[in-house]
Design a binder for this molecule. Structure first.
Ligand code: C2E
Ligand code: MG
Ligand code: MG
Ligand code: MG
Length: 289
C-alpha cells in the first residue's frame, strides 16, 4: 500500500513498533519465572579436535521455550535479562545445569570433555562470577580444569580493574577462559598478553568465507599464528561446509565447532553419541580430509 504523509501516518506505524515493545515487555515479565516453570533448557554443541579427530569439548547454549511465543533465541532474551537484572540468576542456573550434565557425560579416550559456558559482561560487572563458579564447582564436583568461561571482547574491554582481578582469581582456581567471537570487536592485541586467556574462538563471520576469500583466509591464518605464538587453542565457530573445514585444516586450526560437525543437542543425545564410540573419528569429519 502507498504510504501517505500527514496526520494519521505515524499512527499506522504504531502497531508494528508496539508489537516489538509488547513482546520485549512480555519476555521481561516472564523471564524471572522461566526457570521455575521449566521453560529453560541447556543444549550442548560438540567441539572437535581436528588433530585427534574426536570430540574434546562441548559448549552449553541456553534455550527458552516460551509457552505462547515459542522458542526465543538467547540473542534476544539474554540482553533483556541483563537489563531486567535477572541475568545472574539465569546464569547461575545455566552454569549449574551445564556442570551437572558435564559430570555425567562419558569421556572420550579417557579424557573428560571440556565444558564451555557463555558468560555475559553484566554478570562479570556484578562481581558475583567468582563466587558463583566456586559454588557450582563445589556442588557438582566438576573439575575446574574442565570448565571454560566464554567471554567476549566487550567483557574484556569493560573498564575496571575487577575484570583482571576476578579472572586472575578464576585462573588460580584452575578454570579456563575463552575469548568468544574473536575478531568482531574492538580488541587490542595487547589484551591477549594481559588477560589470562587460554582459547580463541574465531568468529563464524570469518569462518563462512575462509574457503572463498583470500583476505579472510589470511586473517584466519594470522589468528592461528597468534594462537600458536601465545600457546592458545584456536576454535573455529560456525563451520558449515567441508570446504570451510578443509581450509581451516590447511591453516592448522586446532579445533572446530559447527553444524557440519554437530548441532546443539540435548544432554541425552550427546551422551548416546559419545557412548556410541563417536568420540573417535567424529562422523562430520569423515571424508573431509
Ligand atoms: P556464541 O557463544 O557465539 O554461540 C555460538 C552460536 O552459534 C550458537 O547460537 C550456536 O547455536 C550457533 N552455531 C553453532 N554452529 C553453527 C553453524 O554452523 N552455523 C551457524 N549459523 N550458527 C551456528 P545460539 O545458541 O543461538 O546462541 C547465540 C548467542 O547467545 C551465543 O553466541 C552466546 O553469545 C549467547 N548465549 C547462549 N547461551 C548463553 C548463556 O547461557 N549465557 C549467556 N550469557 N549467553 C548465552
Ligand atoms: Mg560462546
Ligand atoms: Mg561464539
Ligand atoms: Mg559467534
Amino acid at each position: 500500500a502507498a504510504e501517505r504523509s500527514g496526520p494519521g501516518t505515524s499512527q499506522q506505524y504504531r502497531p508494528a513498533l508496539g508489537n516489538a515493545a509488547v513482546r520485549r515487555a512480555r519476555l521481561r515479565d516472564d523471564l524471572p519465572y522461566a526457570v521455575a516453570r521449566g521453560e529453560l533448557a541447556v543444549l550442548f554443541q560438540p567441539i572437535v579436535s581436528l588433530e585427534e579427530q574426536r570430540v574434546t569439548g562441548v559448549e552449553a547454549l541456553l534455550r527458552w521455550r516460551h509457552p505462547e511465543l515459542g522458542d526465543v533465541p538467547p540473542a534476544e532474551f539474554v540482553p533483556i535479562a541483563e537489563r531486567a537484572g535477572v541475568i545472574g540468576e539465569l546464569q547461575r542456573w545455566a552454569l549449574e545445569r551445564a556442570a551437572e550434565a558435564a559430570v555425567a557425560l562419558p569421556s572420550t579416550n579417557g579424557v573428560p570433555l571440556r565444558l564451555g559456558v557463555n558468560i555475559s559482561a553484566s554478570h562479570v560487572a556484578a562481581r558475583t562470577l567468582v563466587g558463583d563458579v566456586a559454588a557450582v564447582l563445589r556442588s557438582t564436583g566438576l573439575a575446574p580444569e574442565r570448565l571454560v568461561l566464554e567471554i567476549t571482547e566487550a567483557t574484556v574491554l569493560a573498564d575496571g580493574e575487577y575484570v583482571a582481578v576476578d579472572f586472575e582469581a578464576l585462573r588460580l582456581m584452575g578454570v579456563h577462559v575463552a575469548l568468544d567471537d574473536f575478531g568482531t570487536g574492538h580488541f587490542s592485541l595487547a589484551h591477549l598478553t594481559r588477560l589470562p586467556i587460554d582459547i580463541l574462538k574465531l568468529d563464524e563471520s570469518f569462518v563462512t568465507r575462509v574457503d572463498r576469500d583470500p583476505k579472510t583466509r589470511a586473517l584466519c591464518e594470522s589468528v592461528v599464528t597468534i594462537g600458536r605464538t601465545l600457546g592458545l587453542d584456536v576454535v573455529a565457530e560456525g563451520v558449515e561446509t567441508p570446504a570451510q573445514l578443509g581450509a581451516l585444516r590447511t591453516l592448522g586450526c586446532g579445533f572446530a565447532q559447527g553444524f557440519l560437525l554437530a548441532r546443539p543437542m540435548r544432554q541425552e543425545e550427546l551422551g548416546a553419541l559419545l557412548a556410541d564410540g563417536a568420540g573417535v573419528l567424529w562422523p562430520g569429519l569423515v571424508g573431509t580430509r
